[in-house]
Write a protein of this length. Structure first.
Length: 237
């Protein structure tokens, strides 16, 4: 099936969300990659760690406990985390003030090492992320999965989006769109599926001035259950 034109997707989403003006607000901010270098690397480790703990768990519970995580892990200062001996990590993992999961606690140090390795190349991890081209965002996903721990699937992309890196998200609605249009047929995380999805987003970006994140939301609004409305977004602010 031929790739659907951006204008057709946009018009369908606008009709479902009450008009173009309302849809544009729902799409949210555009590309903010230029702001990434202002973010300190400890914030990257914090967000990666938070998304690891939120994976398969109640997000709200993790959010409520996160100040305790910040305190327990030295505000995620890379050098201090890397100096933590194994016994200290085990002790932290048994503390009821945080979520007691030693396997996930161990990822904090592993992902700190990934960040540290980039720092040794003469730039901050934030600068490394900022310069990664959006036309190959799946390459950045692959890097996080390979070099980090538990950052595969949607965990890494959700962390990137939370930090401001422009990325699409393979949500249930986005996946449903690509399957319905026969753009993918196999597993969502296979190399062929990811390449086809990236190529689709790259094509749409030549037809509009939306970021990957905005396009990702647009696909969801044009495809999934029509339950996200402007009033809900405003109420949440």
């Amino acid at each position: 099936m031929a790739l659907e034109k951006f204008d057709d997707i946009y018009q369908r989403a606008a009709a479902r969300k009450g008009g173009a003006a309302r849809l544009n607000i729902l799409l949210g901010p555009g590309n903010r990659d230029h702001l990434l270098p202002t973010i300190t690397d400890d914030r990257f480790l914090s967000e990666f760690s938070k998304k690891v703990f939120q994976s398969g768990f109640v997000w709200r519970v993790v959010e409520n406990k996160w100040p305790n995580f910040e305190e327990s892990f030295f505000n995620f200062t890379i050098e201090k985390v890397l100096m933590m001996p194994e016994e200290m990590m085990e002790r932290k993992a048994s503390d009821p003030k945080i979520i007691r999961n030693f396997n996930k606690v161990k990822t904090i140090k592993a992902n700190a090492l990934m960040i540290f390795d980039q720092q040794q190349q003469g730039h901050s991890f934030a600068e490394f992320i900022a310069q990664w081209p959006s036309a190959d965002i799946i390459g950045l996903w692959a890097y996080l999965k390979k070099q980090g721990q538990r950052l595969g699937g949607n965990t890494g992309p959700y962390a990137l989006r939370a930090l401001g890196k422009d990325t699409f998200i393979l949500s249930r609605d986005v996946e449903a769109y690509f399957r319905a249009h026969d753009i993918i047929t196999g597993g969502i995380q296979t190399k062929s599926s990811l390449n086809a999805i990236q190529a689709s987003f790259n094509d749409w970006q030549t037809q509009c001035d939306l970021s990957l994140g905005q396009l990702s939301r647009l696909i969801a609004y044009a495809t999934g259950d029509n339950h996200v409305h402007l009033e809900e977004v405003l109420d949440a602010e």
